[in-house]
Design a protein around this ligand. Structure first.
Ligand code: FAD
Ligand code: MG
Length: 307
C-alpha cells in the first residue's frame, strides 16, 4: 500500500488533520506512540465543548469517530526513521515495518524540559503547570508560586496575577534588574530570591535556607523541543520561539522540505489543544490541496539555504 499521507503522531493535531483527509476519501496511515503531552493531567481545560474533560477521553472519542472512515489505517507504535522524497517517502517503525506515502505530516508534538528540582517532575500536570489558561482558574485565586527558569518566568509571574497571589521564585536563575523589579511591583508580585531545595506535599516549596513556602499551585516556563528526531532527519528547517524550538512552517503548514508538512505544538506556539486542533484541520486541507495540485507542493524558502 502506498498511502496518500502518512501522519506521524495521532493526537489532537494529527487526528484533526486525518479527519479532513479521510473525509476527502484519501488513504491515511496514522502512526502514533500514544504519548500525548498532557498525559500527566487528569483534566483538560479551555477546549470549547470539552472543557474539564479528561484529555485521554477527548482523544479516545476522536479516535472512535475516525475509525468509521474506511481509508484510515492506524498503527500503534513509534515511527523510527524516514527516507525518500516527495511522492516516495518511506517510514520505518520501531518494529521494523516499512510504509510508503506521498506526503508526510509531522504532528509529533513537543517534549517539555522541566527544571531539575527534586519533587517537580512527579507533580507535573497535577500541581505544577505551565499554562495559566489551562490550569489557573481551578486554583481559586489562591497563592501561586512561579518556579523561575529564565526571562519568560517574569512574564509568567505578571500574567498569573489575574489568577491569584503570585510569588516569583527566582532560584538564582531569573535575572532581577531594576526594570524587572518595577514591572513585578506594578503587578504586586512578591519576589523570593533564595534557592529552592525541593518541592514537597501538594505544592509546598522547601527553600535551601529551610523555610517552607506553601502554594495552591506552581507554574514553571518549560523549554520545549520537538519530540523525536524525524524532523531533523528529514532536514526540516527549525526556528526558535520564546518557548523553545519548533519546525518552521508557513501558513499552509509546509516545511522547508517538499511534501513534508507539520502541525500542532511541533510547528506553532503558544500551545493548547484548541490551537493544535485548528492547526491540524488547516494542515489536513493543505495536504489534500497538495495532492490535488502537485505544483503547490513546493517547500517554503529559508534564508541561508537551509535544506
Ligand atoms: P501531542 O498531544 O503532544 O501528541 C503528539 C503525539 O505524537 C503523541 O501521541 C506522541 O506519542 C506521537 N509521536 C511523537 N513522535 C512520534 C513518532 N516518532 N512516532 C509515532 N508517534 C509519535 N492544553 C489545553 O488546551 N488544555 C489543557 O488543560 C492542557 N493541559 C496541559 C497539561 C500539561 C501537563 C501539558 C504538558 C500540556 C497541556 N496542554 C493543555 C497542552 C496540550 O497538551 C498540547 O497543546 C497538545 O497536546 C498538542 O497536541 P499535538 O497533537 O500537537 O501533540
Ligand atoms: Mg498530533
Amino acid at each position: 500500500m502506498h498511502y496518500d499521507v502518512i501522519i506521524i503522531g495521532g493526537s489532537y493535531a494529527g487526528m484533526a488533520a486525518a479527519l479532513q483527509l479521510l473525509r476527502a476519501r484519501r488513504s491515511v496511515l496514522v502512526i502514533d506512540a500514544g504519548e500525548r503531552r498532557n498525559r500527566f493531567a487528569s483534566h483538560s481545560h479551555g477546549f470549547l465543548g470539552q472543557d474539564g474533560m479528561p484529555p485521554g477521553e477527548i482523544a479516545a472519542n476522536a479516535r472512535r469517530q475516525l475509525a468509521s472512515y474506511p481509508t484510515l489505517t492506524w498503527l500503534e507504535g513509534l515511527a523510527e526513521s524516514v527516507s525518500g522524497q516527495v511522492n516516495h517517502f518511506t517510514i520505518t517503525t520501531a518494529q521494523g515495518e516499512a510504509h510508503q506515502g506521498r506526503r508526510i505530516l509531522l504532528a509529533t508534538g513537543v517534549a517539555d524540559q522541566l527544571p531539575p528540582i527534586a519533587g517537580l517532575a512527579e507533580r507535573w500536570g497535577k500541581t505544577v503547570f505551565h499554562c495559566p489558561y489551562c490550569h489557573g482558574y481551578e486554583l481559586g485565586q489562591g497563592r501561586i508560586g512561579i518556579v523561575g527558569t529564565g526571562p519568560l518566568s517574569v512574564h509568567q509571574a505578571e500574567l498569573l496575577t489575574d489568577w491569584g497571589d503570585v510569588t516569583l521564585l527566582a532560584n538564582g536563575i531569573v535575572e532581577l534588574n531594576q526594570d524587572v523589579r518595577s514591572a513585578l511591583k506594578r503587578r504586586a508580585v512578591t519576589i523570593e530570591e533564595a534557592r529552592i531545595d525541593r518541592i514537597d506535599g501538594d505544592a509546598d516549596v522547601v527553600m535551601a535556607d529551610g523555610r517552607l513556602l506553601r502554594f495552591k499551585g506552581l507554574f514553571t516556563a518549560t523549554r520545549t523541543v520537538p519530540s523525536g528526531s524525524l524532523a531533523t532527519v528529514l532536514g526540516c528547517a527549525m526556528e526558535e520561539t520564546p518557548m523553545g524550538m519548533q519546525v518552521r512552517t508557513d501558513t499552509e503548514n509546509k516545511t522547508s522540505v517538499a511534501g513534508v508538512f507539520a502541525c500542532g505544538d511541533v510547528a506553532r506556539a503558544p500551545h493548547s489543544v484548541s490551537l493544535a486542533v485548528g492547526s491540524g484541520a488547516m494542515a489536513g486541507a493543505q495536504v489534500h490541496r497538495s495532492l490535488l495540485w502537485p505544483e503547490t507542493v513546493n517547500p517554503i524558502q529559508t534564508e541561508g539555504g537551509i535544506p
